[in-house]
Design a protein around this ligand. Structure first.
Ligand code: UDP
Ligand code: MG
Length: 326
């Protein structure tokens, strides 16, 4: 039996790219269906993440004229990761395998063939990995690769140079549903799920239209979220440093007391005192801030608020129409 594939694509203000993306993906899906690699019930599911431009109307329009395309719309902008979760969990209801990718098709869609092949060979998760970043700016390449290295150093298990271009089976998504966290960092969650996995390499392209929705500030926040949601190493690090400085301070104390007793010289060294106060003062604030970050995460998780609401669902409309016809 041929598997039903759903391609999930979060879209935030993607007006300039949607038509071209649709054209390219339509060709791809049609070819795969023709070659009998996937079922003819396969679809592309756009997730409108509260776009402020015409994105949702374009998606509805595409859905009306193309039977391979469907969409859901979130009640407001919830960010890339939440939009992706909404799409994955919705697509899971209809699909056997789901592939997630970005609307700008920076990820090479020709890797889909290989992903499906690996799935047919028994893999439940197939990660798309960027082989080189020839087309990324030097800055993006440097910050992105530095980010993966730093994550590794912090003990977070992620696939090097893999973003959110991946194939997952329905079985994996059923497991994924149990991860209820609101501080989302999907590329850290999937390696935790396990099962047989593999990697497909591809060359990442430039965005063919529109602007990046991930400016530096958002990227840094995302990286920070990734570290503090998956690693407690920074806190252990603080503890280690605290112990180290306690030992040093104790030795120093011993030294000055003995010096006072045996040598009894006048107090000197105002500079070093002030320097130490400044150093320890600022270091303590830094540590408290870092611990505060973890506490704020606990606060957000404890509230267990819903991650998104779906305001419109073209897939459900379509299915209910089919039911009516029956
Ligand atoms: N995106 C989203 N919600 C947001 C920001 C981005 O759904 O709040 C989507 C966006 O439409 C795109 C994907 O996330 O499909 C990745 O964004 P982008 O290509 O701008 O990021 P970059 O490739 O520059 O890192
Ligand atoms: Mg992009």
């Amino acid at each position: 039996m041929k598997e039903i594939l759903y391609v999930v694509i979060p879209c935030y203000n993607e007006e300039p790219v949607l038509e071209e993306t649709t054209k390219r993906l339509k060709e791809k899906l049609e070819k795969l269906i023709e070659k009998e690699k996937i079922s003819e019930k396969s679809k592309v599911m756009y997730v409108n993440d509260g776009s402020k431009d015409n994105t949702w109307n374009i998606i509805k329009n595409i859905n009306e004229r193309e039977k391979l395309f469907t969409g859901i719309s979130l009640s407001r902008n919830r960010g890339h990761q939440n939009a992706l979760v909404a799409g994955l969990l919705e697509a899971k209801k209809y699909a056997d395998i789901v592939i997630s990718m970005d609307a700008d098709l920076q990820d090479d869609i020709n890797a889909i063939d290989e992903m499906i092949e690996k799935y047919n060979n028994g893999c439940e998760i197939v990660y798309g990995v960027r082989s080189a970043r020839k087309k990324d700016s030097l800055f993006k390449k440097f910050t992105a690769e530095g980010f993966y290295k730093f994550m590794e150093m912090m003990g977070v298990e992620i696939v090097y140079n893999h973003a959110d271009y991946r194939l997952t089976s329905k079985k994996v998504l059923d497991c994924f549903q149990n991860y209820r966290e609101v501080n989302l960092f999907l590329r850290g969650i999937f390696p935790l799920i396990g099962f047989k996995t593999d990697i497909v390499y591809y060359e990442r392209d430039k965005r063919f239209a529109g602007e990046s929705k991930y400016p530096l500030k958002k990227m840094l926040n995302f990286a920070f979220d990734g570290i503090t949601s998956f690693s407690v190493k920074p806190i252990s690090f603080i503890l280690g440093i605290g112990m180290f400085f306690s030992v040093i301070s104790f030795l120093f104390l011993l030294y000055i007391v003995l010096k006072k007793i045996f040598i009894n010289d006048a107090v000197s060294g105002w500079t070093s005192t002030v320097a130490l106060i400044c150093f320890f003062g600022s270091f303590q604030i830094l540590c408290i801030g870092l611990i505060g970050e973890y506490i704020s995460k606990i606060y957000l998780e404890v509230k267990d608020r819903p991650r998104y609401f779906i305001s419109e669902n073209l897939e459900e409309n379509q299915n209910s129409k089919i039911d009516e016809k029956k």
